[in-house]
Design a protein. Structure first.
Ligand code: NDP
Ligand code: GDP
Length: 325
């Protein structure tokens, strides 16, 4: 039997790299979309580059998406590409809408043109819940996004539902709560904190400038979450699922845990800085993943403490290797 083919947009990102690894382990042929940049940014997939096929294109360019699907003829498409950083979405609201919202329609439209039997996964986000209307948040909780990013994700979510209902596509939206890893971008708060804790420990920095300490997030491990994406596309009937741990922690607790890993007290090194405060904040996110548990048999394996320890240790290792004389 020929191998199943998966096409991943956003393969150079955190989730794309974990999903590509996971799909390879399941025997898939894996293809990934990469946009043209003046310097290569394949760090997260370098270790598997020989086993995957990277194709050039952009979520802003309809032609490239349609042509790519025609060439590859995938069984499954995972749309992970996005301008994914909330803070940047206030500085670049139109660009964020173009990639993160309209990009979804472009891809769905390419599927309709090339082969409506292709199964589609949309990377929706807990940021859609924003100013939360109920605690914990589940699939039926109303959305109240609090940033241009959150608004764009609501569009991406509903256009996925709409194509499913209008055209009968096997289109699924995974509403994933924050998930992190040693491959998380340095601008996100978990990685920023673990990286700084490691830098401070090694004498490479002496302070960490940070924003709101009170906000609370449901943080899980990206490696656990990509499996849920795949499970969603293996179901006979497409549906939407919340993926979360069900536990929430504050940024202050994140600091506590990360700095404890290097035997330091965060209070001695941390400075609050207005630049990292947001025009509108999402104060509390905590998800209810019970539908995913029941229908997909999915559950998280890595606890918050294990996750942060894993990230601090990886940062220590990278920094030691980088700074070795
Ligand atoms: P990253 O920011 O790490 O990766 C984003 C990816 O999108 C990168 O590969 C990036 O390419 C690509 N991309 C951005 N713009 C374009 C474009 N115009 N054309 C083609 N590719 C583009 O995000 P994550 O891996 O953390 O997240 C994956 C998805 O899941 C995103 O859609 C995100 O919004 C969503 N999500 C993430 C959560 C999380 O906690 N991580 C929570 C909920 C949802 P390049 O490398 O060239 O920049
Ligand atoms: P988000 O949930 O997708 O916005 O993920 P982030 O990791 O960017 O932010 C999580 C929370 O941490 C938000 O409530 C931020 O306001 C808060 N936060 C506090 N200080 C910082 C900081 O220095 N950088 C970032 N990125 N977030 C911070």
């Amino acid at each position: 039997m020929s191998k199943k083919r998966a096409f991943i947009t956003g393969i150079t990102g955190q989730d794309g790299s974990y999903l590509a690894e996971f799909l390879l382990s399941q025997g898939y042929e894996v293809f990934g979309l990469v946009r043209r940049t003046s310097t290569l940014n394949f760090e997260r997939v370098r270790h598997i580059q020989e086993q995957i096929t990277l194709v050039s294109g952009d979520m802003l360019d309809q032609t490239s998406l349609t042509r790519t699907l025609k060439d590859i003829q995938p069984d499954e498409v995972y749309n992970l590409a996005a301008q994914s950083f909330v803070q940047t979405s206030w500085q670049q609201p139109v660009f964020t809408g173009d990639v993160t919202a309209l990009g979804v329609t472009r891809l769905l439209d390419a599927i309709m043109t090339v082969n409506p039997k292709i199964r589609f996964y949309q990377a929706s986000s807990s940021e859609m819940f924003g100013k939360v209307q109920e605690v914990p948040q589940k699939e039926s909780t109303p959305f109240y996004p609090r940033s241009p990013y959150g608004v764009a994700k609501v569009y991406g979510h509903w256009i996925t539902v709409n194509y499913r209902e209008s055209y009968g596509l096997h289109a699924t939206s995974g509403i994933l709560f924050n998930h992190e890893s040693p491959r998380r971008g340095l601008e996100f708060v978990t990685r920023k904190v673990t990286h700084h804790a490691a830098r401070i420990k090694l004498g490479l920095a002496n302070e960490l400038r940070i924003g709101n300490l009170d906000s609370q997030r449901d943080w899980g491990f990206a490696g656990d979450y990509v499996k849920a994406m795949w499970l969603m596309l293996q179901q006979d009937t497409p549906d939407d699922y919340v993926i979360a741990t069900g536990q929430t922690n504050s940024v202050e607790r994140l600091l506590d845990v990360a700095f404890s890993c290097v035997d330091l007290n965060w209070k001695n090194y941390t400075v609050q800085d207005e630049r990292f405060m947001r025009p509108a904040e999402v104060d509390l996110l905590v998800g209810d993943p019970s539908k995913a548990g029941k229908n997909l048999g999915w559950e998280p394996n890595v606890t918050f403490e294990q996750l942060i320890q894993m990230m601090v240790e990886a940062d220590l290792q990278h920094l030691k290797a980088e700074n070795r004389p």
